[in-house]
Write a protein of this length. Structure first.
Length: 605
């Protein structure tokens, strides 16, 4: 951290933090990284939490499905028992008689039956009820209610059957039994008062008893089951169920409550349980899972408080937070160290540039890296080296230019004196009658005057005029043995050309190509322009050049030495390339005994 602080001080020393590109880059990158990790972590948290909530609710649904199935089986057992009684006519008659008469009359009824009837109908309802209690351990009590006699016949596990009067003068049980309530219920207060040993958490399924002959209701059959057996079903079907499992009667009486908080009363949030919302406000916000009501009318629901379900993914939430914070720390610190290193190298280059601005051209950057900054450092070093060489060249060139200007000033006096002297000689020759010598001296004087002009460029007309003066000297010298011709379009006369561009070619012909002793020596100069290129063709009918010699000349044209043979042609060729580029220059063709053609080509204008 101290290193980062020191780098921060160094960076802030060069550029204000608000204008520091690297600080902005780190801040932007850090914000993007932190926001990205935060959003991804939050989305992951939502996905995992919803997945865990879904798993918990599925576990709860599995539990309530098992409870619902168990209760349906108990209800079907009650219905099946009553249907089996109806299918057995003798047993049905025995039940009807049992409910409509006193127990003493029923015993006498059984004793009065003939031995043959006892053999054909050995079953009686009391025995059948006791057998049902023995066959089903979870069945605690069976109650038979006689509507005609207003009595309760109670059969219990490990107890003898009892008959309890319940007439309307002492109890509300007849009213309760006469009501058309749902099949599923819990023992109401009147039944518990009437049956003292009806203890514990019980629930019942009630089936009306009808007289098969008279087709009227004569009583009720109630099977009372132990509610704790529902808990064993919950524990067996699903482990770790969050919240509580509730079984309610249609009126809201609590048949079973796994939390054991709402027994012996109505469930206070029945309306919320019967709604279709996934989340309801009970004692606290909770997920409510419901099982559709059945024919018996009982309601099975699961209540899982949001707080309790949230504890299931609390560990995942903490893990995501820790991992996210560590990830943010890594994605901020690691790139920051890298960016600070790049910034340090960048400002090292800036410091070096400021030294160069102050005139220290001898300094060099030391950066051995091969990345972009290393390439910039190496390129800057090479630029300094080239700049130093360029400055040295320019400095020396300036010195040479000063010397050249001085020499030119001195040299301008000598040609002027020479021109005046040549004019005196010419006038002397004319006065003596030597007119050809006077013409030659005049031509030479005009050439001198042209040569001492300071302009580096002439027009094509001026250059061709100098060529004419030069050729005129040799025409006078060789009299009728040499002729020349200059041809060009007048519109090309104002095109600028370099000084002494054609004369070296003519001189090369005079020195090497003219046929001494022949009377038909001829030289043609023709200038043409086509597609922006000016071509000057110099043709002669001289001795020509051998093939090998021509190749040597062509090779020497590409050399830059300032001495040796073909210096004139090479200087013309090199000057053209310097002025116009390597695509232009001199091209030659020659045949021994037939003459030579030279093309000088460069851009027009």
């Amino acid at each position: 951290m101290r290193t980062i602080h020191r780098w921060r001080e160094q960076l802030s020393g060069y550029t204000p933090l608000r204008d520091n590109m690297f600080v902005k880059l780190m801040i932007v990158f850090a914000l993007i990284s932190v926001l990205t990790i935060a959003v991804v972590s939050y989305m992951l948290y939502l996905y995992l939490s919803r997945s865990i909530i879904g798993t918990e609710l599925d576990t709860q649904k599995k539990a309530i499905a098992s409870v619902s199935q168990y209760l349906e089986q108990r209800y079907e057992t009650t219905q099946s028992f009553m249907n089996s009684v109806y299918r057995d006519n003798r047993l049905a008659q025995d039940l009807v008689y049992y409910l409509q008469h006193s127990f003493e009359d029923y015993i006498r009824f059984r004793l009065d039956q003939s031995y043959e009837n006892l053999l054909t109908n050995p079953r009686q309802i009391t025995v059948t009820l006791k057998q049902a209690l023995e066959d089903m351990p979870e069945l605690r009590h069976i109650l038979l209610y006689s509507a005609d006699r207003q009595t309760l016949h109670v059969y219990s596990q490990d107890r003898e059957p009892v008959i309890i009067p319940t007439n309307a003068a002492r109890s509300f049980i007849p009213d309760v039994m006469a009501s058309e309530a749902a099949a599923a219920s819990v023992p109401n207060v009147w039944i518990r008062r009437a049956v003292p040993h009806l203890e514990g958490n019980l629930y019942s399924f009630r089936v009306p008893i009808n007289d098969p002959v008279a087709m009227k209701q004569i009583g009720q059959l109630m099977f009372y089951y132990d509610a704790e057996t529902i808990g064993s079903v919950v524990d067996t079907s699903s482990e770790g169920v969050k919240g509580s499992i509730l079984v309610l009667s249609p009126e809201g009486d609590v048949i079973y409550d796994s939390s054991e908080r709402y027994y012996d009363g109505r469930y206070p949030y029945l309306q919320a349980i019967q709604s279709l919302n996934e989340i309801e406000e009970l004692e606290e916000s909770a997920y409510v899972t419901r099982q559709p009501q059945h024919q018996a009318g009982f309601i099975v629901a699961g209540v899982a408080p949001i707080r309790e379900v949230a504890e299931s993914y609390e560990g995942i939430r903490r893990t995501i937070i820790i991992v996210s914070l560590l990830s943010m720390l890594v994605v901020v610190l690691v790139p920051s160290v890298f960016v600070l290193n790049v910034a340090k190298r960048t400002y090292k280059i800036i410091r070096f540039m400021r030294k160069v601005e102050q005139g220290n051209l001898g300094a060099r950057l030391q950066d051995k890296h091969k990345d972009e900054l290393g390439q910039i450092a190496n390129s800057f070093n090479r630029m300094l080296e080239e700049l130093s060489r360029h400055i040295e060249r320019e400095y020396k060139a300036e010195i040479r230019q000063k010397h050249a200007e001085l020499a030119a000033l001195q040299a301008r006096i000598n040609p002027h004196f020479l021109h005046n002297t040549l004019e005196v000689i010419r006038m002397r020759a004319i006065s003596r009658g030597v007119h050809d010598v006077g013409e030659m001296i005049y031509a030479l004087a005009m050439l001198f005057r042209s040569f001492v002009r300071p302009d580096p460029q002439l027009t094509l007309t001026d250059e061709l005029e100098n060529c004419r003066l030069y050729l005129e000297l040799f025409r006078i010298r060789y009299q009728d043995h040499f002729t020349y011709e200059i041809d060009y379009e007048p519109r090309l006369g104002e095109l600028p050309v370099a000084r002494m561009l054609i004369q070296p070619v003519i001189e090369n012909y005079i020195v090497h190509g003219i046929r001494i002793g022949q009377r038909d020596n001829k030289l043609n100069i023709k200038a043409t322009e086509r597609e922006g290129l000016l071509t000057i063709q110099v043709w002669d009918n001289g001795v020509g050049i051998e093939k090998e010699r021509l190749e040597q000349i062509q090779d020497r044209l590409e050399q830059s030495e300032d001495k040796g043979q073909s210096f004139g042609l090479r200087s013309v060729h090199e000057r053209i390339r310097l002025l116009y580029g390597n695509a232009y220059g001199i091209r030659m063709e020659s045949s021994p005994g037939e003459g030579t053609t030279v093309w000088i080509q460069f851009p027009a204008g």
